[in-house]
Design a protein. Structure first.
Lengths: 117, 110, 328
């Protein structure tokens, strides 16, 4: 179990950096937005990994399993909010990209900076 | 009885897995879009028919089996429809297959 | 056996992420990001987060892919190859990865019952839900009642995103609108595709029904307002794709959409204010009924409805804004 746990954290670190690389290096604005959503997904994975309890089940407490072990509900509440906020920011970001395309004619960052000079 | 149910569900799920592997292999190795979709269509149709009854045998006669049956019906409805929509869209976008030699009839239509 | 499955799914996540970033065709990136969301949802389910898995699958794999594709149809299909060298950024990113990996060795063991995260507040929530609110789904109880203020803030964030997109894009076609790119004889929707229309029309009532089921069943199983809002919006978006955006606007007109966006957030705020009017704190549902437990349950029901209404309205408005801009 320890190796699986470490692997979860390593996947989080690598996904985080892949998303960050996409945001920094890629010139296309939509690619940057997709990289940002990869970054967010890595953070979701970290939180939910930390919430898991050995031998626990999903935190739904019925009379049948009232005495069992439950995984932590608190990271799940945080990440539920975070997922919806992430899609909201992505939608707003896509609206801005569409307007940029209409005003500048391109969505590549270097061409936009050329036009702005 | 338990043993027979377990073995039957094990066989069904393994067969479903084999078909999914075949579908995936075909989607990689086929030369053309339409042949690739034909291979991937196996994953939509025969694989849920084998895997979901395998899981249903494990779940027994509970509410979970009814929900699994509903999922199976939904997958069987939407999978082939998605393949059809994809193929129609590809045809409409002008993606002609090199595997199909035009016959005399269609040449005279063009 | 779970170990092998867990390793396999996480490795697939990594491979998909690398493919998303590497691919130069934006359409491929968007499709792969939908696949990434679905894999992430399966991972969440394996980590016992059923609500989160449902939300990630509905919102990430469904709505996000549709929005990205609509934006892609208006903007670009391929990205330009980068001209300057990027080794500097790559080295910095690799060093940061190694530092993070070194830090993960200090993390608590996976699923350790003695980890600090399981010690303080979580057992209190698990016990208190049964006596104060008495619903099975603890996540909905914490989301709606114990941390209801944060969820109010989140509804306002969704509302802000909706009106932000409406400000940016409006309702008229933009300069890049092309009304008949493939020269179809009847260009509204997918009218000449028979099979998807027939099957889609058959499925839309069931998707709506399932959305309503998820909305009201959120207290007894995985579900709640956000997932239900995404599902109902997905059903209407499917209708808009099949029959044309004008038909979808006849089904739910723009005025109704604006009413939905504002009405859900207003409903949530009014329930909070009722707490003050009846003599207690803001967003205290215990005073909504003579029995505090029943009051809590009623409050949860109403605010989840408010959340679902706002999320439906916002996602539909955003889709219609993108679709009207490109007029496809």
């Amino acid at each position: 179990m320890e190796l699986l746990g470490i692997y979860h954290y390593w996947v989080f670190a690598i996904l985080l950096m892949i998303g960050l690389y996409a945001v920094i290096v890629k010139l296309n604005l939509i690619k940057k937005l997709i990289g940002l959503s990869l970054f967010q997904s890595a953070v979701f994975l970290l939180y939910i990994t930390m919430g898991k309890l050995e031998g626990g089940t999903a935190p739904i407490v019925t009379e049948a399993n009232a005495n069992g072990l439950f995984s932590n509900p608190l990271p799940q509440v945080l990440i539920l909010t975070a997922i919806v906020v992430g899609i909201s920011t992505m939608a707003l970001g896509l609206g801005i990209v569409i307007r940029i395309k209409e005003e500048y004619g391109t969505i590549e960052e270097d061409e936009i900076q050329e036009i702005d000079k | 009885m338990e043993l027979i149910l377990n073995i039957a569900s094990w066989i069904l799920m393994t067969l479903g897995g084999v078909f999914i592997f075949v579908g995936g292999l075909g989607a990689l190795r086929m030369p053309d879009l339409y042949t690739r979709m034909h291979a991937a269509g196996i994953t939509d149709s025969i694989a849920p028919i084998l895997i979901i009854p395998g899981i249903m045998l494990q779940a027994g006669l509970t509410l979970a089996s009814v929900k699994l049956l509903a999922i199976l019906v939904f997958l069987l409805l939407t999978g082939p429809t998605a393949s059809n929509a994809l193929a129609s869209a590809a045809l409409l976008a002008g993606n002609r297959s090199e595997q199909v030699k035009p016959t005399a009839v269609s040449e005279s239509e063009e | 056996m779970t170990i092998i499955f867990g390793f396999f799914l996480l490795t697939l996540l990594l491979i998909t992420a690398v493919a998303i970033v590497q691919s130069q065709n934006l359409f491929v990136s968007v499709m792969l990001s939908g696949m990434f969301s679905l894999l992430l949802a399966v991972n969440f389910f394996l980590l016992d987060a059923a609500d989160v898995a449902l939300t990630e699958a509905a919102v990430g794999a469904g709505i996000s892919t549709v929005l990205l594709l609509s934006a892609l149809a208006i903007t670009a299909k391929h990205e330009k190859a980068p001209s300057s060298s990027r080794e500097g950024a790559l080295i910095i990113v690799i060093i940061a990865t190694l530092v993070l990996i070194y830090a993960t060795f200090d993390n608590p063991q996976f699923a350790d019952p003695n980890a600090p995260v399981h010690q303080h507040v979580a057992p209190w929530y698990l016990d208190k839900t049964a006596e104060a609110i008495d619903i099975p789904n603890v996540v909905t109880a914490v989301l709606g009642s114990f941390r209801g203020y944060d969820t109010l803030g989140e509804v306002f964030v969704v509302f802000t995103a909706g009106i932000g997109v409406l400000f940016l894009l409006g309702t008229q076609p933009g300069p890049f609108a092309q009304s008949n790119p493939y020269k179809l004889t009847d260009p509204k929707g997918l009218r000449h595709y028979l099979i998807p229309r027939v099957v889609g029309r058959m499925l839309i009532p069931f998707i709506l029904l399932f959305g309503l089921y998820v909305q009201f069943h959120g207290e007894y199983g995985p579900g709640g307002g956000f997932q239900a809002g995404a599902l109902i919006a997905a059903a209407i978006i499917l209708f808009a794709l099949l029959e044309g955006e004008d038909s979808a606007l006849k089904v739910i007109p723009r005025s109704v959409l604006i009413g939905l966006i504002a009405g859900g957030a207003l409903l949530y705020g009014v329930v909070g204010l009722f707490g003050i009017f009846l003599g207690s704190n803001f967003l205290d549902y215990s005073v909504l009924s003579s029995n505090p437990v029943k009051g809590q349950q009623m409050g949860l029901l109403i605010i989840e409805a408010g959340v679902g209404i706002t999320v439906t309205g916002v996602l539909l408005s955003i889709f219609h804004a993108f679709a009207a801009r490109g007029k496809f």
